[in-house]
Design a protein. Structure first.
Length: 255
């Protein structure tokens, strides 16, 4: 904890009988702190919390609870019959809030997508924005290769000043190579950049629909050339893992 405060990294810790309540405790311990919930302080901690602050209660459930004059977690705990009459999900929700059930701990997790995003100072220069897309693509490519997956759906999003947004998606079932991915990201940026008179404040790239999780088959068109480029990509990855991700950069980053 002292180490995180010295570096100004926000670290908070919550401990409770169940993961649901521990998550809640962690939220109230932020940004630098710890909170322990046990049977002695459970009621005092849980009951005053607004219903919308509990994970699993979205807008529709919040409105439904409010319409029934239920505004806090303590109100929910007093209205077990009401919650149970709303169906299985509400019944399970009551048990979570009351600390009666816990979520299983998963030791393995199959990622379905991977992405990267950066918030930047308002920037109009499209040349510089393109350079930053190159940088994001290189870092994301490194992460994709570490996961050893082949994404087939690609998304690039742009957030502008004045609360304007734009995005572009494309689906391509081909062998993943960094060079092709870099070119694809730049292409998506040009197609997504529909508000060229506005400054950009955020860029994001997301890849999903990995071949291991979908029924898509890789295209055989240009497959042999892609295999050669894939070998180069893998060799580049080895160098970066040994000497750092900035060891090799694309020429587009040097503008």
């Amino acid at each position: 904890m002292k180490f995180s405060m010295r570096l100004k990294l926000p670290v908070s810790i919550g401990a409770a009988p169940t993961r649901y309540i521990a998550k809640l405790a962690t939220t109230y311990a932020k940004p630098f702190g710890s909170k322990i919930i046990d049977k002695y302080n459970f009621d005092a901690f849980v009951n005053p919390i607004a219903v919308e602050n509990f994970a699993g209660i979205g807008k529709s459930m919040k409105h439904k609870l409010h319409s029934a004059q239920i505004h806090t977690l303590g109100d929910i705990r007093k209205r077990r019959g009401t919650l149970e009459s709303w169906g299985p999900y509400a019944k399970e929700l009551y048990k979570r809030i009351n600390g009666e059930v816990d979520a299983p701990i998963k030791t393995t997790h199959r990622r379905k997508s991977i992405g990267i995003s950066r918030t930047i100072d308002p920037l109009y220069d499209r040349g510089e924005l393109k350079r930053r897309v190159h940088v994001l693509a290189r870092h994301l490519s490194y992460a994709i290769l570490k996961l050893d997956v082949i994404p087939t759906v690609f998304h690039l999003g742009i957030s502008y000043e004045m609360n304007q947004k734009s995005h572009k998606n494309i689906s391509i079932a081909e062998l993943f190579t960094e060079k092709k991915f870099d070119s694809l990201c730049v292409r998506l940026f040009h197609e997504a950049d529909t508000q060229k008179r506005l400054k950009v404040i955020r860029l994001s790239i997301t890849c999903s629909s990995f071949t291991r999780d979908s029924k898509k088959e890789l295209s055989l068109i240009g497959f042999e050339d892609d295999k050669k480029m894939r070998t180069l990509t893998e060799q580049t990855q080895i160098l970066r893992e040994r000497y750092g991700i900035d060891t090799l950069k694309w020429g587009g980053e040097m503008q």
